[in-house]
Design a protein. Structure first.
Length: 256
C-alpha cells in the first residue's frame, strides 16, 4: 500500500524541523515551501531606511520571511523602536533574530486569535504611533496600513523581500504523477497566498488538482480555511503553528 504524502509548505527552517519530526515517525514528507525569498530590486532604498530610523516609532514585521529578510540589514534595533507582528509564531522568530529583550507588540494565543485584526486591537489600547514602517513582500494586505493611517499615523510601506512562488521541479512532478492513483495528501499550508501558489503549481500535472483537493488541508487561521474552500478542499483542519499540534492532526488524519 502506498504511503500517504504529507506536503509541508511553510518557508525556512520551521518547515525542515516539522519535516524531520514527521519523517522520524516513518511518514512520507514532501517539502514544498510555497515561496522562495529573495532580496528586492530596491534593496538600497530599504537599506537606507533601516540605517536611519529617526522618527520611526514602530516597525511592522508581518511574517517570518520579513524577519529573515530584514535581519540581512539589521543587527540590533534602536531603543525607541517597537517591533510589532501579527502572531506568536513570528514573534518567536523575531526574538530568535534579535534577542529576548527587543520591544515587541503581538497578540498572544493560537493562530485563530492572531492576524492583523488581533494586532490592531492591541494598538487601539496603546495608541497609534506617530510613524509606522511596514516591511513586507511585494504584496500584502492593506487592512492594517489603512487603519494606522486612519488613526493619524504616518505610514511608510517598503518591499523588503520578494516572494517567488513555487514551481514544481521535474522530480516533484514525477512524485505527484506516481502518487496520483494512491491516497490523496495531507497538506500543511499557512497563508492564503500559499494556497494560490499551490493551486497554480499543481496545474502542470494532469489530474493533479483533483488528487490534491481530495486530500486533507491543515492550516492555521479561519481566513486560510476560506481560501482553501474556494480552491476546492472540503476536508480542512486548523492546527496552529506548534509542531506537535500539527503532527497530532497529521497522525489522526493518516489513521482515518
Amino acid at each position: 500500500m502506498k504511503k500517504r504524502p504529507v506536503i509541508l509548505m511553510r518557508p525556512g527552517e520551521a518547515n525542515n524541523r516539522l519535516a524531520q519530526k514527521l519523517e522520524r515517525e516513518g511518514r512520507l514528507v514532501w517539502r514544498w515551501p510555497a515561496f522562495r525569498i529573495e532580496l528586492p530590486g530596491n534593496a538600497e532604498v530599504v537599506e537606507a531606511q533601516l540605517a536611519d530610523l529617526t522618527g520611526v516609532d514602530m516597525v511592522i514585521l508581518p511574517s517570518p520571511s520579513a524577519v529573515a529578510a530584514v535581519a540581512h540589514w539589521v543587527r540590533s534595533w534602536p531603543e525607541h523602536v517597537t517591533l510589532a507582528t501579527v502572531g506568536e509564531g513570528t514573534a518567536r522568530v523575531i526574538r530568535a533574530a534579535w534577542g529576548e529583550n527587543v520591544k515587541l507588540l503581538y497578540p498572544k494565543g493560537d493562530a485563530a486569535h492572531s492576524g492583523s485584526e488581533a494586532l490592531w486591537a492591541l494598538v487601539e489600547k496603546t495608541g497609534a504611533p506617530a510613524r509606522v514602517l511596514f516591511l513586507r513582500g511585494q504584496t500584502g494586505r492593506e487592512w492594517l496600513p489603512e487603519h494606522f493611517a486612519a488613526m493619524g499615523s504616518d505610514v511608510i510601506k517598503l518591499c523588503a523581500y520578494v516572494r517567488v512562488p513555487i514551481e514544481l521541479t521535474e522530480e516533484q512532478i514525477k512524485d505527484v504523477t506516481q502518487s496520483i492513483f494512491g491516497p490523496s495528501p495531507i497538506v500543511y499550508i499557512t497563508s492564503t497566498d500559499a494556497v494560490d501558489a499551490l493551486m497554480r503549481a499543481i496545474r502542470v500535472v494532469p489530474g493533479g488538482r483533483d488528487w490534491l483537493v481530495n486530500g486533507v488541508a491543515v492550516t492555521i487561521h479561519p481566513r486560510v480555511t476560506e481560501r482553501l474552500k474556494e480552491a476546492g478542499f472540503t476536508k480542512i483542519e486548523i492546527a496552529g503553528v506548534d509542531d506537535e499540534n500539527v503532527a497530532a492532526v497529521v497522525r489522526a488524519q493518516d489513521a482515518s
